[in-house]
Design a binder for this molecule. Structure first.
Ligand SMILES: NC(=O)c1ccc[n+]([C@@H]2O[C@H](COP(=O)([O-])OP(=O)(O)OC[C@H]3O[C@@H](n4cnc5c(N)ncnc54)[C@H](O)[C@@H]3O)[C@@H](O)[C@H]2O)c1
Length: 162
């Protein structure tokens, strides 16, 4: 049976994807993986359950959590700290750990299980360029966020085999 792991599976994009995939491919095993950090994401658990989607409470920053999901065929990375304002008045460590190192763990899990990966590309890469123009003082932050979100380029560079 094809198994698809959707990280950020309780989020806006992730939960919609899980439900659509299950409706289109009822024989597939669809797993929603989420740390529920995003306030309100827990509300999507009801719909996930109703649609026969298994939920795994885990964090992509922790590779042991990813391992607990077991082998899968495809990982759809829709987990992220999507806010361009995150870390603006505090350390950027959280967005770097979450959006960059977390994605590395996802890539490693895919290598481990010989699985494919799809990144849900964030719109913030474009938005951050606009932010740069709007708030010149915040240039550095916008640039940092933009870089941590450029996962596709990173994947092609570091993991060309996946
Ligand atoms: N919503 C949109 O219209 C839209 C458009 C374009 C791109 N995107 C991109 O799609 C992605 C998802 O966006 P969204 O709107 O669904 O955001 P969201 O905040 O609704 O969902 C993200 C989910 O990821 C989870 N999460 C965060 N960190 C995690 C971690 N370390 N481990 C496991 N789960 C974690 C959160 O709890 C949340 O449920 C982002 O990269 C976003 O930039 C969204």
């Amino acid at each position: 049976m094809i198994k698809i792991l959707v990280t950020g599976g309780a989020g806006f994009v992730g939960s919609s994807l899980c439900i659509k995939l299950k409706q289109k491919y009822p024989d597939y095993s669809i797993l929603a993986f989420d740390n529920l950090r995003r306030r309100g994401s827990e509300l999507n658990l009801i719909d996930l359950k109703r649609n026969g989607i298994e939920f795994i409470h885990g964090d992509i920053r922790n590779d042991e959590d990813l391992i607990s999901a077991g082998a899968f065929d495809l990982l759809i990375e829709a987990s992220a700290e999507p806010s361009v304002m995150a870390g603006l008045n505090s350390s950027p460590a959280y967005i770097i750990n979450n959006n960059l190192y977390g994605s590395i763990n996802c890539l490693n899990a895919c290598l481990n299980y010989k699985a494919k990966i799809i990144f849900f590309l964030p719109a913030e890469s474009i938005l951050s360029i606009k932010l740069k123009m709007l708030f010149s003082k915040k240039k550095k932050h916008a640039f940092l966020l933009q870089r941590t979100k450029k996962k596709k380029e990173f994947r092609n560079l570091v993991f060309p085999k996946i």
